[in-house]
Design a protein. Structure first.
Length: 216
């Protein structure tokens, strides 16, 4: 990783750690822009660690580095605060694309890279209501319908109706695609929404790599 990033003008390799328990002080001190996290420690521990990293360094964007991950676990990762999911089998060019996309504030998941390429079939600048924007924000966080309903003090049925309208207006096919496209669809909208995250626990060992964006 250090060798790859040494050839980049816009990315700096800050450091790495082999144990999750040793990384929080480093993250707090270095305040990296990106954390590349190996899932070898187990998904439950990694998801909780991602949430804790977001609490320790709010500007730090976690990327989960995996061999493979089911869609349901992709949702869970997004819910915990991951902004990228990268397969270890992908070439270095994909790694750099992922790092730069996440650094730019986007969500990057392999197989959904069309999110930033061809927008010809996407309806431009859909006009979402304030409530629909709130729901899109919640979907980007990986929240389920019942959790969204609780956070916004509405019923789960109302959430479903809003989602139908959102799908029609934006042209996305399902909530997974909406989670990937949501931030781009909202553009510069930064309306605050309630956020729910899992509590921290004692975590096993894994691998953490953190990166700074040059010029910041």
């Amino acid at each position: 990783m250090a060798k790859v990033l040494s050839e980049c003008e816009d990315l700096d390799f800050v450091g790495s750690a082999s144990a999750l328990g040793d990384t929080f002080a480093a993250v707090r001190q270095a305040q990296p822009d990106i954390v590349l996290l190996d899932h070898a420690g187990g998904l439950k521990a990694v998801f909780e660690f991602i949430a804790d990293v977001k609490n320790a360094a709010a500007s730090c964007q976690p990327i989960l580095w995996v061999h493979d991950l089911a869609d349901v676990d992709c949702f869970r990762a997004l819910r915990c605060g991951a902004r990228g999911i990268l397969k270890k089998t992908l070439p270095v060019t994909a790694l750099m694309e992922c790092l730069r996309a996440v650094a730019a504030g986007n969500v990057w998941i392999e197989g959904a890279s069309e999110q930033s390429t061809d927008g010809s079939e996407r309806r431009s600048a859909p006009r979402l209501t304030p409530r629909e924007k709130q729901i899109v924000h919640q979907i980007c966080e990986g929240q389920k319908n019942k959790e969204i309903a609780h956070a916004l003090s509405i019923t789960a049925g109302t959430v479903k109706v809003h989602l139908m309208h959102i799908f029609e207006k934006t042209g996305v096919k399902d909530r997974f695609e909406l989670a990937i496209q949501g931030r781009k669809l909202l553009g510069s909208d930064t309306s605050p929404v309630p956020r729910i995250g899992p509590a921290s626990e004692n975590l096993p060992e894994s691998t953490l790599k953190y990166t700074h964006i040059q010029g910041e």
